[in-house]
Design a protein around this ligand. Structure first.
Ligand code: ADP
Ligand code: ZN
Ligand code: ZN
Length: 747
């Protein structure tokens, strides 16, 4: 279908995805003057109606039936921005996740890349001559060219001797021409500096470590697969701190030696700044780090650096699975169990890990899925012989595993005669840790004050106007906020239902825990880290930096602190309430709880000092909790699989959900029922259809939702049935159908 990467095609027709808001791709004829010059991934211009639009060549199809298509206009960029393997991946994503090719294409190629936005270099202005010479030049200019003189004087006042040009001009109210005049006279230098790495600071260069024998065994298997350029998937199951990252880096060395490139996916780069530093320390400028906080121009630039082969290693979140690496020799998915790999806001709802495995297959290279707590899906694939299991059971340098204690909070409540946030055991441990000058992490599985405003008289609870969830009170802003849609309002003074003025705040949250800890330990330095406190771009880095430097004694936080952080001085981890994830109305709740507890516990005792983990809970006998405490993944897996088997849940079957959304509740139900009736007869034998039913969150952002759940052995045939039924169903206003293949949440 497509020409191999880098070879110009002599085909007569080209398929082009157009750069338009509409999802459109068309076939064009290749005019003689472009024949032999066209390649997949090139940016071209093409006629559409009476105008010309930009687009990208994605394929060279056979002659289309019917009328000969119009000819392409021109090549806009000679260098291709992606190759045909990437097109195949986009194709797969669009089919498997029930999206259009053009939509999937837009997800893969971010807008700044498609639109060719370039990073604007910052021009800095600084004096070209010595202080004395510049001073006298400024004095001379004062009469003839007062603006130029002002610019020079402003620069002289600057400690660093230079300023970004735009800022300097703004400060002096001068125009660009004054600056150029100064440059011409040789009085200042204008230098462009790129923003790469801005704010990321210096990193320590590192060299490969001597692998432990366990690491060596795992690495040996991977090295062999790299040498064979063969598609093989490894599940690297290594306890937290067992040195998986070191294996990744040494494997990448092998790949670079073979002249190939490597792709590394991480859950969300802003949450794991350390891994970025480690990679930069080992590989320097050969690493391109992509992340969501990047400015548009930077994103487009790093795409081009990757496509041109200048960057050989790409490190990034989910969307980096589409990075245009030429010739990948290895693909790594770190923390493969993480739910953030699944795109949930916009179609296609693709899973980054599964797309990474598919990319490995298309590129013919090995894939490593790494985790301390593998997803049931991946572990099941390993058991079925699809993936190869590699295990790391110990930490290098004999770092000891922490001791774990479970506190039954029900018993604690009876003893202390009221519901409390802290057990005596945890308080004593924090105090001992403070006295010894060691650091503590307190983990809570929720953000905000998780405080809900309730009326004790009539039971009123403040709810979001657009979603079926209660609002959470945030003390700092004095607002009640919806965590689903962002709606907020001030708390009412009196109950809107019964007019009672005795409204109370109930619940527990990071802010509240932070305050309580400060009250109990007034001398301790306490900081909080959750998605509210790290709104600013670099503040998580700041907080982590302070924590590392020992400027914080107790760090209170949510999931954010559970991930991949490595602090040698943390010897105590307290889990304030382990049950919050268990009570989610979701079939993966147990799996999440197991994962989170294991990850959190892994934060303790990373250095020479033995760590301690204290888990507070109202269900001290829960199997997921006990398995996490004993680090018995196998045991947890067997138990949980039995439960999934009984119900025919994933990974034994695939789920496909159809959600019908409308502002009108009755309409959403009516259409959902209609679709369910039509689907029943066309599904494969053995497929099961459940619903329609309102999901736990039955109203979201003002839309009522009804959900149909299909359990199936084969997604492809189910999607075929869906396509048929949907194409026969008329469109209606105020109605949307969303299809999610392998959903990760049923909320
Ligand atoms: P994981 O990714 O499995 O959680 P890391 O890769 O973060 O584990 O490793 C944990 C710590 O062990 C890091 O500080 C790392 O530098 C160190 N480490 C890894 N491999 C070795 C080794 N072979 N010898 C000594 N230290 C190692
Ligand atoms: Zn809401
Ligand atoms: Zn009331």
């Amino acid at each position: 279908m497509t020409a191999p990467n880098g070879i110009a095609s002599t085909d007569l027709f080209a398929e082009v995805v157009l750069n338009l808001p509409a999802d459109l791709y068309l076939t064009y004829a290749v005019p003689d003057r472009l024949a032999g010059r066209l390649r997949v991934g090139q940016k071209v211009s093409a006629p559409l109606g009476g105008r010309r639009v930009g687009g990208f060549v994605v394929a060279f199809p056979a002659p289309p039936p019917g009328k000969t298509p119009r000819p392409l206009s021109d090549i806009l960029e000679e260098e291709p921005l992606f190759g045909s393997n990437l097109v195949s991946l986009i194709n797969w994503v669009s089919r498997y996740y029930f999206s259009s090719f053009a939509r999937a294409f837009k997800t893969a190629l971010p807008a700044p890349v498609r639109k060719n936005i370039r990073a604007v270099p910052i021009i800095r202005a600084g004096p070209a001559l010595s202080l004395e010479e510049t001073r006298s030049a400024a004095a001379e200019l004062r009469k003839k060219a007062p603006r130029q003189a002002a610019l020079l004087e402003r620069l002289l006042a600057e400690k660093s001797g230079s300023l970004p040009a735009a800022e300097l001009l703004r400060l002096c109210g001068a125009s660009r021409s004054s600056l150029t005049a100064l440059e011409k006279k040789g009085l200042i230098n204008l230098t462009a500096s790129s923003r790469y790495g801005a704010g990321s600071g210096e990193v320590l260069a590192t060299s490969p470590l001597r692998l432990t024998s366990e690491q060596e065994t795992a690495f040996g298997a991977i090295r062999e697969a790299i040498g064979e350029d063969a598609f093989r998937v490894f599940l690297l199951h290594g306890i937290t701190g067992s040195g998986k990252t070191e294996i990744y880096m040494q494997a990448i060395n092998q790949v670079l030696d073979r002249g190939k490139s490597a792709l590394v996916l991480v859950p969300e780069i802003s949450l794991t700044p350390q891994i970025g530093d480690w990679f930069r320390g080992r590989f320097g400028g050969r690493v391109a780090i992509v992340h969501s906080a990047q400015a548009e121009g930077e994103r487009a630039d790093s795409w081009r650096r990757i496509a041109s082969g200048e960057a050989r290693i790409v490190l990034g979140p989910r969307s980096a699975v589409f990075a245009p690496l030429a010739d990948p020799g290895l693909i790594i998915v770190d923390e493969e169990h993480e739910t953030s790999y699944k795109q949930s806001a916009l179609s296609p709802f693709y899973h980054g890990r599964d797309a990474a495995v598919m990319r490995g297959k298309l590129e013919n290279c090995p894939v490593i899925l790494g985790s301390a707590t593998p997803s049931l899906e991946s572990y099941h694939n390993q058991k079925a012989g699809k993936y190869t299991l590699l295990t790391l059971r110990t930490r290098p340098e004999e770092a000891m595993l922490p001791t774990v204690k479970i506190v039954d909070m029900k018993a604690e409540r009876e003893r202390q005669k009221s519901a409390v946030s802290f057990s005596d055991l945890l308080l004593t441990a924090i105090k001992d840790n403070l006295d010894a000058g060691l650091q503590t992490i307190l983990f809570l599985n929720r953000r905000g004050f998780f405080t809900v405003l309730t009326c004790p008289e009539c039971g009123y609870v403040a709810r979001c106007r657009h979603c079926s969830v209660s609002l959470t009170y945030h003390k700092k802003t004095g607002r009640q906020v919806c965590h689903l849609c962002g709606y907020f309002e001030p708390p009412p003074r009196a109950c809107p239902v019964c007019r009672s003025r005795k409204l109370v705040f109930t619940g527990r949250g990071t802010q509240r825990i932070e305050e309580q800890v400060k009250k109990i330990f007034p001398a301790a330095r306490v900081r909080r880290m959750d998605t509210d406190s790290v709104g600013r771009r670099d503040s998580h880095r700041e907080i982590l930096g302070e924590f590392r430097a020992g400027k914080i004694d107790i760090l209170v936080g949510t999931q954010m602190i559970a991930k991949g952080l490595d602090f040698p001085n943390v010897t105590l981890v307290g889990v304030i309430m382990a049950d919050t994830a268990l009570s989610l109305a979701d079939f993966r709740a147990t799996e999440y709880t197991y994962q989170i507890l294991t990850q959190v516990a892994g934060r303790a005792g990373r250095g020479e000092l033995k760590g301690k983990v204290i888990i507070q809970t109202y269900s001290p006998r829960h199997p997921a909790l006990l398995a996490a405490v004993r680090q018995e993944y196998g045991n947890f897996f067997e138990k949980e699989m039995r439960f999934r088997e009984e119900l025919g849940y994933p990974p034994l079957n695939h789920f496909v959900t159809l959600t019908v959304l409308s502002r009108n509740e009755e309409k959403s139900l009516r259409v959902a029922e209609h679709l369910a009736r039509r689907l029943h007869p066309v599904l494969e034998e053995g497929d099961e259809l459940l619903g329609p039913a309102p999901p736990p969150i039955n109203r979201l952002r003002g839309y009522y939702r009804h959900q149909i759940l299909i359990k199936t052995k084969g997604v492809v045939s189910t999607l075929r049935a869906l396509r048929k039924v949907l194409s026969e169903t008329g469109r209606e206003r105020d109605l949307r159908v969303e299809i999610d293949v392998d959903p990760i949440s049923m909320l």
